[in-house]
Design a protein around this ligand. Structure first.
Ligand SMILES: Nc1ncnc2c1ncn2[C@@H]1O[C@H](COP(=O)(O)OP(=O)(O)OP(=O)(O)O)[C@@H](O)[C@H]1O
Ligand SMILES: [Mg+2]
Length: 576
């Protein structure tokens, strides 16, 4: 530790120094990630080893990449795991999670410096979390219903993090339509099964050419040249078994015949053809005019189908089969011998279309379709893939609102509200926990502060103004990032699912508490195992922290749009 006079109480404790060292690396990590928060968050330019290039402000991608750096401090690994868990469950909120972990730890560091014991901080944080959840549920979130489609659209729009308002509006409408189509639910509890929203990339055209198809698109699938290219009023048979005979057995029989009685070879070939055509005949007899199989279909069978004006598609993806089954009512058949007209599904049409450079098969299920396909078009792979990530965020957020029926105002409005309520609550407590809860509340303010920075506003001025507005009853005000000012989030339509917000805070505090409980690092790494005294361990930790700072500084210095506004990269002197 540096001065030895900064801390009281635990000041000579080596465990405290380990704890502070851990907090420091976590703060460094959070500082790197948090500048990407919000629709105008800075992007990170990621250079892959094989020369691929990605410019992104998607938290999940940044975290995944940082994980690939194999950053050594285990506490950073814990932050990465927390963000990934958040993404896995809610598809959104990675950056906020990392930012809050860093902020909760940073406030804890201040408290440690005041001589407050880690156990008191942990208890205070737990108490604050419980109160925060209660406040979010009872005072801050707003109940909504899925019939309020404008609200659902705004939730999607907020989640897709588009700096370009026109694109955001276009995609949020598209996703709202997709959501409404796929909506399901048992026992009156609405739900959204995202398995029935298929996303297809087309590297050609403009983002505004992206569209929604009421049905299933089988991508990169062309038809046999002799097949009909379009079938109206399709009666679809789905198969997950091959329509072919055992090839090896046939070859064996033919070779045997060739060696013993060559005139039988022709007979064997004819016999095989007859069997295959018999198979095809039975299927055509069901009334099916489109056959889609996840397995092989023999050329002879394909030929028979083509002759009878039946379209057949082989090697379809088995998940696509499930989607088509859901959309058309067709049953997936494992025994073609037993297929009947009752197993068929119905679609408006099935046709082959060329989109971009690729041929696709489109199964249109009509306006009442319960399955949809979203074709994302863009001029490059990077644009299309980035858009897909944002679209997934929109869909996940819609699902969260549909499941939980509660939203909060975004742009930091909910955090300011929560912070003010928590401070009031803190003043009712007569113990050291009061100051801990106050720090918890202050940590939440970092979200609006960071959003203000991303919009070029002075964060301190923005926070004071926001707090005054909220105290005066204007609880819907937040940072209107896209208009570079403080504004009414209700008017701007910046809404977020309450369940995501709740989980971000929960995950962040749980991770921060885990890190606060660590007061020693035991490792099987030879270098550290062989250390003789605590001084060496501490030096090792400092070195690790310094390495991380240098590494992140070096690797991420290539921040997109360069560092003019965002100067977190700049070298910060390390205080030991
Ligand atoms: N138009 C907007 N105006 C103001 N704030 C916005 C707007 N759109 C989104 N936000 C805010 O941005 C924050 C979310 O930003 P972002 O999506 O970058 O972070 P994240 O969800 O934590 O991470 P990620 O989406 O990358 O996993 C939320 O606080 C949200 O309220
Ligand atoms: Mg987000």
């Amino acid at each position: 530790m540096a001065s030895g006079q900064e801390y009281t109480g635990l000041q000579k404790d080596r465990n405290l120094e380990i704890l502070l060292s851990n907090i420091r690396v976590c703060r460094i990590f959070a500082d790197v990630v948090k500048t990407s928060l919000g629709p105008l968050g800075m992007k990170k330019l990621i250079l892959m080893e094989l020369g691929d290039l990605v410019a992104t402000n998607d938290g999940g991608t940044i975290i995944r990449w940082l994980d690939l750096l194999k950053i050594s401090p285990p506490t950073v690994k814990m932050m990465i795991e927390a963000a990934r868990a958040q993404e896995l469950e809610f598809g959104d909120g990675c950056i906020s999670t990392v930012l809050l972990i860093g902020e909760f730890l940073s406030k804890a560091e201040n408290l440690l410096k005041l001589g407050i014991h880690p156990a008191t901080i942990i208890e205070g944080y737990k108490r604050a979390l419980n109160k925060a959840i209660e406040l979010l549920r009872e005072k801050i979130s707003i109940p909504v219903s899925i019939s309020q489609q404008e609200i659902l659209k705004n939730v999607i729009k907020t989640a897709i993090k588009q700096g370009d308002a026109a694109d955001a509006e276009y995609f949020s409408r598209l996703l709202l339509n997709a959501t409404i189509k796929v909506l399901s639910g048992d026992n009156g509890k609405p739900d959204l099964d995202l398995d029935y929203v298929k996303i297809i990339h087309v590297k050609e055209g403009y983002l505004s050419d992206s569209c929604l198809i009421n049905g299933v698109v089988l991508d990169r699938k062309g038809l046999d040249p002799n097949m009909p290219k379009k079938i109206e009023n399709a009666k679809i048979l789905l198969l997950n078994v091959p329509l072919a005979l055992h090839q090896a057995k046939f070859i064996e029989q033919s070779i045997k015949a060739l060696l013993t009685s060559p005139k039988h070879v022709q007979e064997i070939i004819m016999q095989r053809k007859k069997m295959l055509e018999g198979m095809a005949e039975k299927i055509v007899a069901t009334g099916a005019n489109v056959i889609i199989s996840s397995q092989n279909i023999d050329e002879i069978v394909l030929g028979y189908f083509a002759k009878n004006n039946v379209m057949a598609i082989r090697w379809a993806n088995k998940f696509d089969l499930k989607k088509i089954s859901h959309g058309t009512g067709a049953r997936i058949i494992s025994n073609p011998e037993e297929a009947t007209a009752g197993d068929l599904g119905f679609a408006e049409s099935v046709e082959e279309l060329k989109i971009g450079d690729d041929k696709m098969i489109i199964v249109r299920c009509g306006s009442q379709s319960k399955v949809v396909s979203l074709i994302i078009r863009g001029s490059s792979r990077v644009i299309v893939e980035e858009t897909e990530k944002l679209i997934k965020k929109g869909l996940y957020s819609a699902r969260s609102v549909i499941r939980d029926s509660r939203v909060v105002y975004g742009g930091g409005a909910a955090e300011i509200d929560l912070s003010l309520f928590l401070k009031d609550y803190a003043y009712s407590i007569r113990s050291k926990e009061q100051i801990v809860i106050e720090k918890f509340a202050e940590a939440l303010e970092e979200i609006p502060a960071q959003l203000a920075k991303s919009a070029g506003l002075d964060p301190i001025m923005a926070l004071t103004e926001l707090k005054a507005l909220h105290q005066g009853g204007n609880r819907t005000f937040g940072i209107d990032v896209l208009n570079f000012r403080i504004g009414d989030m209700r008017e701007a339509g910046v809404l977020e699912p309450a369940s995501i917000k709740e989980n971000i805070i929960k995950t962040a505090i749980e991770t921060a508490l885990m890190i606060l409980r660590i007061d020693d690092v035991l490792t099987t790494k030879k270098k550290i195992k062989e250390r003789h005294d605590d001084k060496e361990l501490l030096e090792e930790l400092h070195r690790e922290a310094r390495k991380l700072e240098l590494r992140l500084g070096r690797e991420l210095r290539r921040d997109y749009e360069k560092v003019a506004i965002d100067d977190t990269w700049k070298w910060k002197p390390i205080r030991y």
